[in-house]
Design a protein. Sequence first.
Length: 417
Amino acid sequence: MINMANFKLISIQVISFLVVLMLGLSLVVSKATGYSALAILLISLLGIWLTRKDSIPKWKSWEKWWIFSILLFFGLILLDVIMGHGDVSVLDSPSRLILAIPVFIYIRRVGLDADSIWVASAIGSVLAGIYAYYQHTILAMNMAEGFTSHIYFGQIALVLALFSLVGVLKSERLWVKAILLVAAGIGFYAVLASGSRGGWVAIPAIIMLFMSIKTQKSSFSKKILFLGVLIIALYSAYQNPQLPVKPRIDAAVNNVIAYYEEGKVNTSSGFRLEMWKAAWLMTEDSYFLGVGEAQYHSNLEKLIKEGKVDKRLDYFSAPHSQYFNSLSEQGVLGLASLLLMLLIPLKTALSKLNSDKKSKFLALYIAILIITYMDFMLTAETLERQLMVVFYAFILSILAGMMVQTNKGKNNESFTS
């Protein structure tokens, strides 16, 4: 007979350790994120069964709608497969969103040690920075990429660095704050060395998020000082000839201008803008119902033959934007399901940013994760990349479960409670 109390305690400790592995090794050990997530899922499934008779927190409206939006997002893709649009392989990445649901259900019952998040993030930030330095400086690679692409390396590094900064706010020990601040700095170096422009756009929104947080020792002057130091650091990074920041930003600006003023398509930004145009045109042609999963390219070829988009787009099989991908393939309903899946937990998190200390920092983690991913999705099909979708789905489910467990004694029945 399994001792339930012992199982819960051990499962919490093991999952906390696996979270450290997931966040700490995500960018330096291939498949560390996937194997950690699989182990967390198996423990959660067993835990749900063993705790099925336990008293559990009452389900709130936002939880039900959030789970529904995830099921709808996946269900629309599944429906396309059933209808013959794409094979079963297209379900692989979005299925991770479904697999993370049992993790949320179990963590909302038993909770987890929140300190494991910032500890793991600090480790991950430092390791990412070391890896980035090795690739960018020692190997003389133009952009650090870890074992994945430079885009996803920089994006995950940004999340880890920001999570480390949350630890700086949360910790009350000066030496811990100092260590976490250094770790965050090293993580930001990895972001800059990656040349991943998709993550840089999120920085203004994240700055506003941090500026809105109220802490016991916060003051307007300190926030202004923090903002000033950050601006100086970002400008220094922009001017540093050893980092790929200035040429990447300048190229993006010039390419966008060239696309609109000269019709120049054959640049990184130009191709993306032309792909988004193609996605919108095929969405209109489908009466906003979508052309079906994995049908972007076949419909793109039709637009090319009609002379509506540049013929050089024939190389691309997707619009390089999660939003346009969902809109063009699953139509307005697909885009709505994606936005609901993102905005429901974000709204809930933002409503708790100025609540009690424990809820506040869990909410801040969630807000950071969602805001950064909403930015990443502007220029990539983020939820179709294994590393990105597993990282997002499982970390968000864990954080959301912790937030529910923390607030289980509160009886506010509003949508965001």
